[in-house]
Design a protein around this ligand. Structure first.
Ligand code: ARG
Length: 458
């Protein structure tokens, strides 16, 4: 395919160098954005009298045809083209002749690619936020069902204090709510278009950058042409938000994997989201969760690739920047794929309430409450803490829970103990009396669900 840039050079590029230089394999996915943006550009040029009106109309018709031909499969994108921008312009000129050669007036691939990428990532951001919302909705529904399901809460993966499963699930819903916030923040900063920056220094043509920005639903043109073509902050910001989404999904995955193990047996995944083993007939493996945990590293890698690509390049465009696309596309592809299996995996996960409740009985997760009981009887907390530590050791030796130790034994340890200690350390009571804001009670879980629903407009 003829090159756009055989001016200063002959264009007789070594085939290996040509293939190395090509980005069509990954930037062809921006064909819609490239064509729509070119239609807008031609419209602006015609409105400003920079190209004749008839040429503007010919370009518009030609590009619209190319759009529908690609969409219907009548036209395939040439894998030998250098990039999507070259392909579309060459195809237009092939179809409409001279008018096609006017399209690139007051434009460079530098501002074009920076704009195309923003347009593409805007839809990706919106689509990803919608998928995160689906998962948040699933969590709200599940949490409502499990708002009274008592389970042990953990620190250091050691049983710590009683919580409800609804409380646990809503912790993830809060993270996802912030994830959506981060994506929309990044999208709002990305809402200025570089088009009109041209190669780097703007143009001598009387362009109307506001008009062109408006045609593509940008709130404004960017204010510095050098920054316009050099900026990839938006890709970094989005990738960073995506990296955090993966962090959250990865932690969640780790818990799902633990919960579905024989050691925990807190939950079991639907067959639709499990796999078997080729040799061990009894196996049911949580592959979707493991893959999500595993794929998290890819997205971190994408973020590092973007940051590293940018850190040493002078203003304005450098070919290094072509590396932005594969990284950010991979990050979006990975996060969207993970979210698509995660929401239904959680929705169909069966919760084993009895095992959660049973686990809550062991592990002395009411020890803090026993100390608080003594505080209620006038003992300073630190003294109570120490005494309860000794009681836990004693029970541990005897193989008893705190509830099973007799009142006589308790009384030997402190005269402050009386019959009312038992209701005070009842596991349900310990969980449900933690009525502080944000806590595990059914009412608190309901309030958290309301908060998330309101924030996300669910
Ligand atoms: N394929 C290029 C990219 O993805 C388009 C911009 C090319 N600009 C240039 N001056 N070579 O970054």
């Amino acid at each position: 395919m003829a090159k756009l840039w055989t001016g200063r050079t002959s264009g007789n590029i070594d085939p290996a160098a040509e293939s190395y230089n090509r980005s069509i394999a990954f930037d062809s996915r921006m064909w819609r954005e490239d064509i729509e943006a070119s239609i807008a550009h031609a419209e602006m040029l015609a409105k400003q009298g920079i190209i004749p009106h008839e040429a503007g109309e010919t370009i518009r018709l030609g590009l619209s045809e190319i759009f529908s031909d690609i969409e219907t499969g009548k036209l395939t994108i040439d894998p030998e083209a250098e990039d999507i921008h070259s392909f579309v312009e060459a195809e237009l000129t092939r179809r409409v002749g001279e008018a096609g050669k006017m399209l690139h007036t007051a434009r460079s691939r530098n501002d074009q690619v920076a704009q195309d990428l923003r347009l593409y990532l805007r839809s990706e951001g919106i689509a990803t936020a919608a998928l995160i919302k689906d998962l948040a909705r699933t969590l709200c529904e599940k949490a409502a069902e499990e708002k009274s399901t008592v389970m042990p809460g953990y620190t250091h993966l050691q049983r710590a204090q009683p919580i409800t499963f609804g409380h646990h699930l809503m912790a993830y819903a809060m993270m996802l709510t912030r994830d959506i916030g981060r994506i929309s923040d990044a999208l709002s900063r990305m809402d200025e278009t570089p088009i009109g920056s041209c190669a780097l220094a703007g143009t001598t043509y009387d362009t109307d950058r506001y008009y062109e920005a408006g045609l593509l639903d940008f709130s404004a043109p960017c204010r510095n042409s050098l920054d316009g073509v050099s900026d990839r902050d938006f890709a970094v910001e989005l990738c960073s938000a995506l990296a955090l989404v993966m962090t959250h999904l990865s932690r969640f995955s780790e818990e799902v994997i633990l919960w579905s193990s024989w050691e925990f047996r807190f939950a079991s995944l639907s067959d639709a989201y499990s796999t078997g083993s080729s040799i061990m007939p009894q196996k049911k493996n949580p592959d979707m969760a493991e893959l999500t945990r595993g794929k998290t590293g890819r997205v971190y890698g994408d973020l590092m690739a973007l940051l590293t690509m940018l850190k040493g390049i002078p203003l304005a465009y450098n070919k290094d920047m072509q590396e932005d696309k594969e990284a950010i596309f991979d990050a979006f592809d990975t996060v969207k794929a993970a979210l698509r299996v995660f929401a239904p995996m959680i929705a169909t996960m069966r919760v084993n309430r009895e095992n959660m409740r049973r686990a809550a009985e062991k592990g002395f997760i009411n020890a803090t409450d026993l100390a608080d009981y003594l505080v209620g009887k006038g003992m300073p907390f630190r003294t109570a803490y120490k005494l309860v530590g000794e009681i836990v050791s004693l029970c541990s030796e005897k193989g008893l829970t705190l509830e099973e130790l007799s009142l006589d034994e308790y009384k030997k340890l402190s005269p402050l103990f009386s019959e009312d200690l038992y209701p005070a350390i009842d596991i349900e009571a310990c969980c449900f009396k933690r009525t502080s804001l944000g806590g595990p009670t059914p009412e608190s879980v309901e309030a958290q669900i309301e908060y998330v629903k309101e924030k996300l407009g669910l």
